[in-house]
Each structure stands twice: as structure tokens, then as C-alpha cells.
Design a protein around this ligand. Structure first.
Ligand code: HEC
Length: 296
């Protein structure tokens, strides 16, 4: 027979192993180690197997030892076991008694009030300590709460709300940065953070300078710093040109297979930031569409 104690021991052991995994393995705050590191499950599975094996061996040992006992000792063994469990029951009863301080039904007479109404009697019961203690605890909680929030004004509910919204917005931004298909030429927005423009410049220097020149003045490709655009200016058009390519045969290929959406967004933002700069050898304006950053 499987004993409850064995199961409890196994659960506690696996629980401790789980906590250990969570504390010892490095994760970003708010992430579960067992999700980030799937092999943690292998470890937990091993711990579970070993715990079951230990419990099974102990149970087997018990069974063998029991078989070796003489009939008389077997009886004594059962008595001892029974004694153990009745001891436990007594203890539980004592704790229950302490937490309720109730009078047993036989002794109810001692606390009866001489107030009978329609045969309904009233007992002057003591307040049960479990209730009194929780009441005291709530008073202490209230005092601390009042001092913290109404005397020292730690933070108000409004501020708490704003903090949570800011936190959520941060994680949405984070998600948008890493999620792939969220950015396309319809949803793309202009990035203005210096770090994004620097990243865009990195992509530009690596992939675009051959045709557009390091300063954007143009060579095989058109000048990217003036207000004339062949395929349309503004973040959405520029992103689309980079992602889908220019007119066929002109040399501007589609970059969507080589660059990540975020990289294309960064390099498009960088291209737009070049507007109005003065390249060393600017190519003559090409394209009939006029666009300046004010048109965004
Ligand atoms: C092989 C040469 C070449 C490379 C490399 C190149 N381009 Fe181009 N690019 C061109 C040409 C040619 C055009 C004109 C396309 C057309 O006329 O349809 C163009 C057009 C553009 C336009 C549209 C300009 C307008 O007036 O509408 C943008 C924006 C642009 N390129 C950005 C980039 C970026 C960003 C990169 C790097 C990821 C890049 N290009 C790499 C040759 C190139």
C-alpha cells in the first residue's frame, strides 16, 4: 500500500528541487527557469524518479523486516503503530481545542445565560482564539497600512495604476522589437532614438553604401538626402522600397530576406534622418514625388 507520508515526502523533495532550479538558474526577472531551460525538466524528472526509488526501497525493506518478525512481535508492532496514530489524533484534538476554546456539549450548562426565548437558550461562548488572533492581525495590518499610505503617502492608487500602465507599455515595446511579423510597411513607425539610428547606420554602412554612398549622396542609386523621391518618401514608402525593392531592373533589390523587420525599420529611419544633410558629391534630384519630414 502507498502511504500518504511517502507521497508527501516525494512531493516535498521535488518541490525543493523545483525551488532550487528556480533560484539557481539564471533568468530574466519574471521568467520561469523551467520554461527558459527545458532541460530543467529532465533534472526534476530524475529527482522524482530517485525519490520514488528511495521510497519504494524503504517500503520493501519494511515489508521484509515485517515478514521476519515472530507472530508475537507482529502483534506488538501493530499495537505500537495504533498507539502512534492515536497519539497524533490526540495532538490534533488538543490544537483544535486551543484554537476554538469551545465547551463540550456535556458542560454547556456552565455557560448558559438565563435568557430563554421560545425555548431557545443562549450560550456565553468564549470568542474562539483563531478568530481573535485574525482580528488582532487585521488591526496591526490596518495601522501599518494607514501609516504607510495615509501618513507617509507611499504611493496612491492612481500612481500604482500609472506605474502598471508604464510597465505594460514597456513590455509591449519590447515585444514589438522582437516579434517578427508585427512591422510591415503599413504599420511601421519612424524611430528617433539615437540607439536605433546608430543601428540603422550600421546596416546602411554594411549593405547600402556601395550604391548610395556613405553620406547618402547617391551613385548607382539615387540621392537619399534631398526632397525628391522616385518611389515616395516618408517612413512607410522608404520601408516598403527597402523591404520590397525598387522598380525591376534598376538595381535596388528587396531586402526583406536579408534584413530583419526591425533592421529595415532602423535603416529606413536612418535614411530619413539624412534629409537635409549636405553630401560631398550630391547626385542630381531624381523623382517627381516631393517629400520633407514635415509631411510625415
Ligand atoms: C546595388 C545597388 C543598391 C544597393 C546595394 C542599395 N540600393 Fe537603394 N536603390 C538603388 C537604386 C538603383 C534605386 C532606384 C530604384 C528605382 O529607380 O526603382 C534605389 C532606391 C532606393 C530608395 C528609394 C529612393 C527614392 O528616390 O525613392 C531607397 C530608400 C533606398 N534605395 C534605400 C536603400 C537602402 C536602405 C539600402 C541598403 C539596405 C539600399 N538602398 C541598397 C540601388 C541600391
Amino acid at each position: 500500500m502507498i502511504k500518504t507520508a511517502s507521497i508527501l515526502r516525494i512531493i516535498v523533495l521535488v518541490g525543493i528541487a523545483f525551488l532550487g532550479v528556480e533560484f539557481l538558474l539564471e533568468t530574466e526577472p519574471g521568467q520561469w527557469a523551467v520554461i527558459v531551460h527545458p532541460y530543467a525538466w529532465v533534472f526534476l524528472g530524475l529527482v522524482l524518479l530517485i525519490a520514488i526509488a528511495i521510497e519504494a526501497s524503504i517500503a520493501a525493506l519494511h515489508a521484509i523486516l515485517y515478514k521476519t518478525l515472530s507472530e508475537e512481535n507482529k502483534l506488538r508492532f501493530h499495537e505500537l503503530e495504533a498507539h502512534k496514530s492515536s497519539k497524533l489524533e490526540e495532538k490534533m484534538q488538543a490544537i483544535l481545542k486551543k484554537m476554538t476554546r469551545s465547551k463540550s456539549i456535556e458542560r454547556e450548562g456552565e455557560i448558559e445565560l438565563d435568557h430563554v426565548y421560545d425555548g431557545i437558550r443562549e450560550l456565553d461562548n468564549k470568542l474562539p482564539p483563531w478568530w481573535v488572533y485574525s482580528f488582532y492581525a487585521s488591526i496591526i495590518f490596518a495601522v501599518i497600512y494607514m501609516i504607510r499610505f495615509h501618513v507617509y503617502n507611499d504611493y496612491t492608487q492612481d500612481e500604482e495604476y500609472l506605474m502598471e500602465v508604464a510597465e505594460a507599455e514597456r513590455s509591449i515595446e519590447e515585444y514589438k522589437r522582437t516579434a517578427k511579423d508585427l512591422i510591415n510597411f503599413e504599420t511601421v513607425t519612424l524611430l528617433t532614438e539615437q540607439s536605433d539610428l546608430d543601428a540603422g547606420k550600421g546596416v546602411y554602412n554594411a549593405s547600402c553604401v556601395a550604391c548610395h554612398k556613405p553620406d547618402g549622396g547617391g551613385g548607382i542609386g539615387p540621392n537619399l538626402t534631398d526632397e525628391h523621391w522616385i518611389l515616395g518618401g516618408g517612413i512607410k514608402n522608404v520601408y516598403k522600397t527597402i523591404s520590397e525593392g525598387g522598380r525591376s531592373g534598376k538595381g535596388m533589390v528587396a531586402w526583406k530576406n536579408d534584413l530583419k523587420p526591425l533592421e529595415m525599420q532602423q535603416v529606413a529611419s536612418y535614411v530619413i534622418s539624412l534629409y537635409g544633410t549636405s553630401p560631398a558629391e550630391p547626385k542630381d534630384p531624381e523623382g517627381d514625388i516631393k517629400w520633407t519630414p514635415e509631411d510625415n
